[in-house]
Design a protein around this ligand. Structure first.
Ligand code: ADP
Ligand code: MG
Ligand code: MG
Length: 249
């Protein structure tokens, strides 16, 4: 599904990704871990197409097509979802209305009509039940006064509704309490299927107490320097990152 080869990228002439390779197949959950400043968020942003970065080398293929020249919206329409792509507060626009608009925009980009209201409601009902999201939440104004957990709930709801091929969840280190971690983990566990793939980026092992990844990768200094199964996350929890840095010397 996703194939990244020799990705090199910089920002303001500072090199951040230094030849990164990653392959993700449908049905897989990958965790990307690594110390602060390693380039994890940069990688997520570049896959999603954020324009602050300069890709100087390498390729990003989604289902065999190079997406590295596509605009962020086009990548989203092709099934790439990045959490917190829409972190803005929009007073007066509810969680539900926002996602309805996003879905219909995606359909429009593919030359499809709006989703019939009846189908949309059915989908909203099914997904919110699956994720145990109550109706009151769905009618709240987008991100307005949301707690950390509510922001996560909204993100996971967006992911559920948009049904991306590839979801990237960048769990930045701050403000993730156990409730928020559980919301993310339950969402990923319920939404993963043989047809989609999830990349979970985290600085902390504890998220992976709830999501069992098929693969764990360590990103260090702009490259994936070690890959393994879920047990690698436990090893990192116990030993930190220094032993990996030493292995590299
Ligand atoms: P991580 O998510 O692994 O903590 P980041 O991808 O956020 O790492 O950052 C990698 C490196 O790139 C860091 O040294 C960071 O300071 C730098 N960096 C990231 N974004 C920017 C930016 N917008 N401007 C300047 N430097 C940046
Ligand atoms: Mg960071
Ligand atoms: Mg980060």
């Amino acid at each position: 599904m996703l194939k990244i080869e020799n990705l090199q990228a910089s920002i303001d002439d500072k090199s951040i990704l230094k030849g990164l390779n990653l392959e993700v197949k449908a049905g897989e959950v990958h965790a990307i871990m690594g110390p602060n400043g390693a380039g994890k968020s940069t990688l997520a942003n570049i896959i999603a197409g954020k324009e602050d970065y300069e890709v100087t080398n390498g390729s990003i293929e989604l289902d065999g097509e190079d997406i590295s020249e596509l605009a962020p919206e086009e990548r989203a329409h092709n099934g790439v979802f990045l959490s917190f792509q829409y972190p803005v507060e929009i007073p007066g626009v509810s969680v539900t209305n926002f996602i309805k608009t996003a879905i219909n925009e995606t359909r429009k980009a593919k030359g499809l009509e709006d989703m019939p209201a009846k189908d949309m409601l059915k989908m909203i009902r099914e997904k919110s039940e699956l994720l145990e999201i109550d109706r009151k939440f769905l009618s709240r104004s987008l991100n307005e006064g949301f707690s950390g957990g509510e922001k996560k709930r909204n993100e996971i709801f967006q992911m559920a509704m948009l049904e991306p091929k590839l979801a990237i969840l960048d769990e930045t280190d701050s403000g993730l309490d156990i409730d928020a971690l559980r919301i993310v983990a339950n969402g990923v566990n319920k939404l993963k299927s043989k047809d989609n793939a999830v990349i979970v980026i985290t600085h902390y092992q504890r998220l992976l107490d709830y999501i069992v990844p098929d693969f764990v990768h360590v990103l260090h200094d702009g490259k994936i320097v070690k890959s393994g199964d879920a047990s690698l996350a436990l090893e990192l929890e116990a030993k930190g990152y220094d032993w990996i840095k030493q292995e590299l010397v």
